[in-house]
Design a protein around this ligand. Sequence first.
Ligand code: ADP
Ligand code: MG
Length: 260
Amino acid sequence: AGAVVAGAVVGGAVLGGAVVGGVPIEFDRVSRSFGAVAALREVSLSVRAGEIVALLGPSGSGKSTLLRICAGLDEPSSGDLRFDGTSQLGVPPHRRDVSMVFQHFALYPHKTALDNLTLALRHGRGLPKAAAVARARETLDLLGISELADRRPAAMSGGQRQRVAIGRALATRSRVILLDEPMSGLDAQLRVDLRVEIVDLLRGLGTTALFVTHDQAEAMAIGDRVAVLGDGRLQQIGTPDEVYDTPVTRFVAGFVGSPP
Ligand code: ADP
Ligand code: MG
C-alpha cells in the first residue's frame, strides 16, 4: 500500500480501517514523463466501485495525463494500472470497458445526436444496429434530451452538446466513465445545473467515475472523494470535508483555499 493520507491508505483497498468491496481502478506509483517534463510522479490512487472521484488540480498538474492513461490513450513511464487487480498496461482502449468525455465534446458535426450515440455503440461496442438505436434512444430519454435526437451539433447550445457527449459515453454502459473538464466553456449557472444531473445519472447507473476539474467548488460538489493533484503528485485524497478542513500540504491549503 502507498502513503497514508487523510485516513485512507492510498494504493490499497483499505479505507478508514474497513476493507471496501472491490477496487475497480488502481493506479500504483504511476509516473509519466515527456522528455524533461515529469507530468506524473508516483501517483497511487484507488477508486472504489460506484465511487465518483473528483480529480482537482491547476492547469498542468497532470490531470488529463492520468485520465488518458486510465483510458489506454497513453501509457505510464513506470508504475502500474490495474482494473479489478489485473494490469491494464498494453490493453488497448476498446478492451478496457471505459468511456471518456472530453473537454471539447468531439461529436461528429455532420451527424445527429441519435447517430452520434448509435455510431459509438455500433463501432465502439459492436452492437447490432437495432440494439444500438434502441439503447441510444433510451439514453437520450434518460438524460431528458429526446427532443435533440434528430438535431446536429451546430443546431445545439453548448449545454445541449455537452449533454449529448455525456450521453454518448453513458450509452456504452461502461463500468468506468472518465470526464475531462466536461463543463469548461459552459456558463456558470449551466455548470451548476449539469453538476447535479451528472451526479444523478452516474449514481443511477452505478457507474464508477473519475471527474477532472480545476474548479474547487465543482470538485467538492461532485466527488465522493476529492483527489488533489499538484505538480504531478497526488497531494491528498479525502472526502470534500477532509480536504477542505484538514489540508495535508501547503499546496492543498493554498489551492483549496482554506487556512492551513
Ligand atoms: P492538466 O490536464 O492538469 O492541465 P496535463 O496532464 O495535460 O495537465 O499536462 C501535465 C504536464 O505534462 C504539462 O506540463 C504538459 O505540458 C505536459 N504534457 C502533457 N502531455 C504532453 C505531451 N503529449 N507531450 C509533452 N508534454 C506533455
Ligand atoms: Mg487537462
